[in-house]
Structure formats: structure tokens, C-alpha cells
Design a protein around this ligand. Structure first.
Ligand code: GLN
Length: 241
């Protein structure tokens, strides 16, 4: 069993709404319960990133204002390292505001924020209400169908380009843009999603998939997950699934 999961949390001070820290705690706890070490490093504005030094890179949600601060840094200072990490099969998980910065651009009125270009998508603000509510999506993990539950709250609408694959199909909620029935994006181990919640405490099976994938393990020791399973069921019920 590898000794340690090494996480790089990008912009934890700026991109951290809807309890993104809860996602990190979930990874830390589920590693600790199995005797797997856990190390988390922060990379803020201007900090270089070493693609070799981490197994999983995380970007949380953020307000438009904070995204504007991070977007240019992500697309310049951290761009090459994140591409190298993605190409090497490292896990990149980006939630909501972070997800919107994974593609080519985020158009905010007259301003266009650059994306880091890891996946083929773009995000725009369109007339219309924010897309808010509980959400459930069907995804495929290790070739098996699985359901993720969460909460979404975004003004931006995300459109996948022809070479991008969605993370999943919307069972309930708005998803990427309220039109096409898709949610999130997946390119190998690069994952973007609008699901907050926080996402991982509501989906322990997904947290485990991330840990196993990041460490290159086929399976992890099972944990007594009665409470986690109940949290998942409640989150699905809240989404009407
Ligand atoms: N600021 C972005 C939007 O409103 C993302 C918000 C978020 O991370 N919840 O679309």
C-alpha cells in the first residue's frame, strides 16, 4: 500500500465556497482510516506547481471576482505544470468556479477570463437565472454506472466542444447549461463538475475512486460506511432521485 496521497490544493483562500475544505477533509479521513498517509500543499497566486510532487490537484468553487484573480495565474504560472500532470494521468478535480477555468475561456459580459485549456469547453454568462438546486447525475466509474449527488449554484453555462466528454448525464437538476442534459467534463483523470455539496462527503464512493485512481490502486479496503451511505441517499432524495 503506498504510504501517502499527496494533494495540491489550488487557491484554497480564493476558490473555496460551498465547503470545498470538506472535500479535502473527506480525502484525508478516508486515507487515515486505511492507514494511508495524506499530505496537502497549497498553491496560491504566483506559486509554481510541481506536477511530479502531487497525485491529485484540486480547484474549488469561487465567485466571479475571485475567479478573475485566479484565471490569469492558472493560465500562465501553472499552465504547463497542470498540462504535464494531466498528461501523466494525475487526478485533477475542479468544482464549479474551478471547473469553469479548465476549458478555453469564461466569458463574463465584456470580460473574457482565460482558461487553462485542459479540456475542450467554454463557459459563458447568458441571460437567465442562476442555476441553483440539488442535482443528481449518472456517471461511469471503472466501467460501472454510479450516481453522484450534489448541489449546484452557478451563473455560468458551460458548453463542451466536439472533443470533450461529459462527466455524466443529468438525472435531476440543471447540469452544464440547462439544455443538453450533460454534467461536468471528463478527460481521463481530469474531472470538472458543478457539484458542490460538498461533493465528496455526499459521495464516499467517488472519494474512494479518486483516492484509488490517484494512487494507482485497483481497490481500497472497505470502510464501515453506514453514515456515508445515508448521507448519499439523503442527497439523492433531496434531488428527487
Ligand atoms: N462564479 C461562478 C458562477 O456563478 C461559479 C460559482 C461557484 O463556484 N459556485 O457561475
Amino acid at each position: 500500500m503506498p504510504a501517502e496521497l499527496r494533494v495540491c490544493s489550488l487557491y484554497p483562500d480564493l476558490m473555496n465556497i460551498y465547503a470545498d475544505r470538506g472535500n479535502m477533509l473527506m480525502l484525508e479521513r478516508r486515507c487515515a482510516w486505511r492507514g494511508i498517509g495524506f499530505r496537502i500543499d497549497a498553491a496560491g497566486l504566483g506559486d509554481p506547481v510541481d506536477p511530479e510532487a502531487h497525485d491529485l490537484f484540486y480547484i474549488g468553487g469561487g465567485q466571479d471576482r475571485d475567479q478573475a484573480l485566479c484565471a490569469r495565474d492558472l493560465a500562465t504560472v501553472k499552465r504547463d505544470a497542470l498540462h504535464a500532470a494531466a498528461d501523466a494521468g494525475k487526478v485533477v478535480l475542479a468544482v464549479c468556479g474551478g471547473y469553469q477555468l479548465l476549458g478555453s475561456s469564461y466569458q463574463l459580459g465584456d470580460e473574457e477570463l482565460p482558461g487553462v485549456g485542459l479540456v475542450d469547453l467554454h463557459t459563458v454568462r447568458e441571460p437567465g437565472p442562476r442555476l441553483i438546486g440539488n442535482v443528481a447525475i449518472e456517471v461511469e466509474l471503472n466501467g460501472e454506472p454510479a450516481v453522484l449527488a450534489g448541489f449546484e449554484n452557478h451563473g455560468g453555462r458551460t458548453y463542451l466542444g466536439p472533443t470533450a466528454r461529459p462527466l455524466g448525464r443529468v438525472l435531476s437538476g440543471h447540469g452544464n447549461n440547462n439544455h443538453d442534459g450533460f454534467e461536468g467534463v471528463r478527460r481521463d483523470n481530469v474531472i470538472g463538475t458543478y457539484l458542490h455539496g460538498p461533493l465528496l462527503p455526499k459521495n464516499a464512493h467517488f472519494a474512494d475512486w479518486l483516492i484509488a485512481t490517484a494512487l494507482g490502486l485497483e481497490r481500497l479496503e472497505a470502510l464501515p460506511d453506514a453514515l456515508e451511505d445515508e448521507a448519499h441517499r439523503e442527497a439523492l432524495a433531496a434531488a428527487g432521485v
